[in-house]
Every structure is written in structure tokens, then in C-alpha cells.
Design a protein around this ligand. Structure first.
Ligand code: SAM
Ligand code: SF4
Length: 335
């Protein structure tokens, strides 16, 4: 079992399988996409599978595949199959923009994917196209339908809330009423340098602290006759729901959650390592400290890989101390 120097059990690995994407969300990726890199600068699927097999022996039992957009990586279904059959791995989940789910949902489920989170930041078609630079919201709706129809449960919808976008959050919360959809509002994180060349342009003022968000959503829901958001206590939450505060409307099939990496530290509950598509292990989302596991994998020596994993684990800080802002963009880190 991997325990870090602050006594936390680290058993969750978030793997970015590509830094490419079929969308260009304003807060995540520049319009021109990511710079071209030679094929062997990225981990191959075989290398990812080998890393996971070694990590599983070190106590990692849960994997999340992310990106970029994980479904644009060729061979992703085979990777899911390999990982879900790896001894010691109990759960393989994915975070996706949903666009390719109608094509892949069935195959992913058959391959052993346990859960899927779909990112959607607005229900307004024009605003969706604006945020993603060219996306069509109907494609995401088809992805959500495909995930539910295939039997994924839970299906979570992740919405990044940005003050200057003025999204209709009540419309989102309503999604939880009639279908088993779990809407989670994610505090916008100023990742990447907002003043830098990529100029993603949003600053900390755009982050709405969760307390403010919950208060205003609750008031709007009551005014609209939906009643109050009722807190869901720890015991009522399905296992493995991560560091969110969960609420529910009376009689709703789904839930409404709030995730705040910034305003409400969940560092003490942190259970994860991240890995970029280039094979860099990141002990903390908000720190640019990285450990290269690609070279270790390419030595062919498992003990080298274990050494780098242990090094990354040992470098996990106790908390991020509000040192936010990173050199890498979210599309490179994987969220
Ligand atoms: N393409 C997939 C998707 O969009 O779900 C997976 C990768 S994306 C980087 C993972 C998550 O990070 C998404 O839910 C996205 O909204 C979120 N994200 C990206 N940039 C963010 C930011 N600056 N603050 C908060 N969340 C962010
Ligand atoms: Fe692509 Fe996901 Fe980033 Fe949007 S948030 S640009 S869908 S990687």
C-alpha cells in the first residue's frame, strides 16, 4: 500500500493518454492545439499498461484515463481492457468530453470501463460553441444518452464554473432531477499562465468559491419551486465519489456536487498521483515538480520504475498552500 510522508494512502493514478483533443476549450487549450511532438516523446499504450501493472503491485488500485481527449487516442479500448484485467486494479474510469461516446460507449463497457465522467460547461448551444471554439452541444447530449443507455452508473457531468461566463447553473442542477445524472460544479482553476503566450485569459477573479455558489444556487432553486438542496451525508454517498460536497433535490434521481480545489482544501484527503502523456509523474496538480517515468520504463528494469514512483510519492506536499498557476496547461496535465 502506498502511504506518503503525510500519512495519506495513495492508490489512485490519473493518466493522461494524449495531449490532443477534438475540442479547444478556452480555459484549457490554445486554438491552434498543442505543439507537434515526435511519436516516441509520448508513452505507448504498452508502456502505460506496464506502468500500471507495476503501480498495481505498489498499491495503486484505481485508474482514471484522461487527456486531452482520451477517446481520440487510437487503441484506447484495448488499453481499457488491458488495465481492467491487470491484477490489483479494481476500477478503471474515464473523463471525456463525450463527443465520441456514441461510437465507443458499448465497447468501453465491454472492455471493463467502470465509470465515465462527461465534461459539459453550459447547456446553452451558442455558449457551448463559444467555450469549445467549435463544438456542437448535441454531440455531447448524444454522448450522455449513450453512456446512460450502455448502463454506466454513475454518470457524472462535470461543469467548470467561470464567473465571467455567467452560466445558467440552475439549468444544470435540473439535469439531476429526472435521470440518474450527477452534476458536479468544479471551481475554475487558473492553471497555465493566464498572462503567458497561451493567453487563456481567465484569472483568479473568475473562480467562484463554492460557498458562494451553493448559496446562490440554493436561493434560485427555492425561488423556482425546486425546494432546497439537501446535503447528502458521507454515509449516503456511493464509495469512491471523490472530494466533493454532495447535495440532492427532494425526489431527484441524481445529485448535485461541488468540487473546490482552491477555496476548500481537500489536500488532506488527496489520494492520487498524476501522469502526463509524456510520462511525467506529478505529485500535485498545482506544482510543476515532475518525475520522468518514461525513461525509467525504457530501461526495461521494473525496479527503476518503482524507484521513480516512490520518488514521486515522497514528493507529495502536505497541501498546495494556494501556490496555484502552473506552467503546463490543463490539457497537458489531464485535470
Ligand atoms: N477532454 C476530457 C474532458 O474534457 O473531460 C478530459 C481532459 S480535461 C483536461 C479534464 C477536466 O479538466 C475537464 O472536466 C475540464 O473541464 C477540466 N478543466 C480543464 N481546465 C480546467 C481549469 N482551468 N479549471 C478547472 N477545470 C478544468
Ligand atoms: Fe479538450 Fe477536455 Fe481540454 Fe476541453 S477540457 S479542450 S475537451 S481536453
Amino acid at each position: 500500500m502506498g502511504i506518503d510522508q503525510h500519512g495519506r494512502t495513495i492508490d489512485y493514478l490519473r493518466i493522461s493518454v494524449t495531449d490532443r483533443c477534438n475540442l479547444r476549450c478556452l480555459y484549457c487549450m490554445p486554438e491552434e492545439g498543442v505543439a507537434w511532438r515526435p511519436h516516441d516523446a509520448m508513452l505507448s499504450l504498452e508502456e502505460i499498461a506496464r506502468l500500471v501493472a507495476i503501480a498495481a503491485k505498489e498499491g495503486f488500485s484505481r485508474i482514471r484515463l484522461t487527456g486531452g481527449e482520451p477517446l481520440v487516442r487510437l487503441g484506447i479500448v484495448d488499453l481499457v481492457r488491458d488495465l481492467s484485467q491487470t491484477p490489483g486494479i479494481e476500477r478503471v474510469a474515464m473523463t471525456t468530453n463525450g463527443i465520441l461516446l456514441p461510437r465507443y460507449a458499448d465497447a468501453l463497457r465491454t472492455a471493463g470501463l467502470s465509470r465515465v465522467n462527461i465534461s459539459l460547461d453550459t447547456l446553452d448551444p451558442a455558449q457551448f460553441t463559444h467555450i469549445t471554439r467549435w463544438g456542437n452541444i448535441d454531440d455531447v447530449y448524444r454522448g450522455i444518452d449513450a453512456a446512460l443507455k450502455t448502463g454506466f452508473d454513475p454518470v457524472k457531468i462535470n461543469a467548470v464554473v467561470v464567473r465571467s461566463l455567467d452560466q445558467d447553473l440552475l439549468a444544470f442542477a435540473r439535469l439531476s432531477l429526472d435521470r440518474p445524472l450527477h452534476v458536479r460544479f468544479i471551481e475554475y482553476m487558473p492553471v497555465g499562465d493566464p498572462q503567458g503566450e497561451d493567453g487563456l485569459g481567465w484569472t483568479r477573479a473568475d473562480t467562484i468559491p463554492n460557498e458562494e455558489l451553493i448559496r446562490s444556487l440554493d436561493a434560485r432553486a427555492e425561488a423556482a419551486g425546486l425546494g432546497r438542496l439537501m446535503p447528502l451525508h458521507q454515509a449516503a454517498r456511493p464509495e469512491g465519489w471523490g472530494p466533493a460536497q454532495y447535495y440532492q433535490f427532494k425526489g431527484a434521481q441524481g445529485t448535485v456536487g461541488f468540487i473546490s480545489a482552491l477555496s476548500r482544501h481537500f489536500c488532506s484527503e488527496c489520494n492520487r498521483l498524476r501522469m502526463t502523456a509524456e510520462g511525467k509523474l506529478r505529485p500535485c496538480l498545482f506544482s510543476d515538480q515532475e518525475f520522468d517515468v518514461k525513461d525509467a520504463l525504457r530501461t526495461g528494469d521494473d525496479s527503476e520504475v518503482r524507484r521513480v514512483l516512490a520518488e514521486a510519492l515522497g514528493a507529495k506536499p502536505d497541501e498546495h498552500h494556494s501556490q496555484v498557476g502552473t506552467e503546463r496547461l490543463m490539457s497537458q496535465i489531464g485535470g
